[in-house]
Design a protein around this ligand. Structure first.
Ligand SMILES: NC(=O)c1ccc[n+]([C@@H]2O[C@H](COP(=O)([O-])OP(=O)(O)OC[C@H]3O[C@@H](n4cnc5c(N)ncnc54)[C@H](OP(=O)(O)O)[C@@H]3O)[C@@H](O)[C@H]2O)c1
Length: 283
């Protein structure tokens, strides 16, 4: 396969858009952006295609000519889209990739049966509407057929990312880890805003006022590790303070549940004084 194979992206959503732009910047030709034959879907694909000097085509009409096809559709659609692409080209000698964190390359077995080499290639990064993070420095978990893995590793390296091998059987746990690192961290911050509201601080102001402490916490964690970054009433063993928090949080049950679950995890994984008493308070 050529050093820089041509690529077809299927799906112009959050990942597809960020990936398309980064691949183009890394010198890859994006042959086509494939979308469902619906007005809104095609418009999104057209807008991305324009940005990355490509063309938008609908799934039904897609005559794919590229050496690599990268499926950027929701996890639930990967196998279905793979099935639907079986007749779009001769797959022998081509590479098909998807980017699910939890699912393995076996989701693409319909294309593997037609002769394609397949792999899953998951960036450990968050992509949302309104932000397109650069992929430089991003770790990518990769598993699949040898040829597809080789091609994917080279593409990731060209993007400035860091490829690493993940075993098929570890993918679910790997993705649960990633979910803790970003989506559930965001859920924690959403709960945090509700607690700020109980203290009379609106969400927008809370976000702004929390920024310095959030930044410092992440910097401490990355630089010092979890144990040496842990401050607050649990490490000090301030049992009465924790009791008082639990009382006020009775007004916000989901936030109280999150507090108790995380405080219990802290008693297991982090330094704490008055561990036994705190354990009783948190029952
Ligand atoms: N977002 C992240 O942070 C992130 C991070 C790492 C990996 N991933 C992985 O990336 C993949 C895509 O996630 P995403 O967040 O980019 O999702 P998304 O923003 O919802 O985008 C999905 C895209 O797929 C299109 N699509 C849906 N069903 C389709 C079908 N049957 N045929 C053709 N196109 C279809 C959607 O278009 P229409 O609905 O408009 O038709 C949309 O453009 C997933 O496997 C996910 O696990 C995401």
């Amino acid at each position: 396969m050529a050093m820089k194979p041509r690529i077809t992206l299927v799906g112009a959503g959050n990942l597809g858009s960020a990936l398309g732009v980064s691949l183009r910047q890394a010198g890859y030709q994006i042959d086509a952006v494939v979308a469902r034959a619906r007005g809104r879907s095609l418009r999104k694909a057209q807008s991305l295609a324009k940005e990355i000097s490509s063309r938008a085509v609908s799934t039904r009409r897609a005559r794919i000519e590229s050496e690599v096809v990268w499926l950027c559709v929701p996890d639930s659609q990967i196998a279905r889209v793979a099935e639907s692409l079986v007749t779009n080209l001769l797959w022998k000698g081509r590479v098909a990739l998807h980017s699910s964190g939890a699912l393995t390359s076996d989701e693409l077995s319909a294309l593997r049966r037609c002769g394609a080499a397949v792999a899953s290639v998951h960036p450990l990064m968050t992509f949302v509407r309104g932000s397109r993070p650069a992929l430089a420095g991003v770790p990518f978990a990769i598993e699949g057929d040898a040829v597809a893995v080789r091609v994917a590793r080279r593409m990731v390296a060209d993007l400035g990312g860091t490829p690493f091998t993940i075993r098929k059987r570890d993918k679910a746990a790997y993705h649960a880890w990633g979910t803790f690192a970003s989506p559930l961290l965001t859920a924690l911050l959403a709960a945090t805003e509700r607690v700020a509201a109980a203290a009379g601080v609106h969400a927008k102001a809370a976000r702004k006022r929390m920024f310095p402490i959030l930044q410092q916490t992440i910097a401490n964690y990355v630089g010092l590790g979890a144990a040496d970054s842990f401050s607050g009433p649990i490490v000090r063993g301030d049992v009465e303070t924790v009791r008082c928090h639990l009382r006020v949080l009775e007004e916000i049950p989901p936030a109280r549940e999150a507090y108790v679950a995380l405080a219990r995890a802290a008693l297991l994984y982090l330094p704490a004084k008055n561990r036994r008493l705190l354990g009783e308070v948190l029952k």
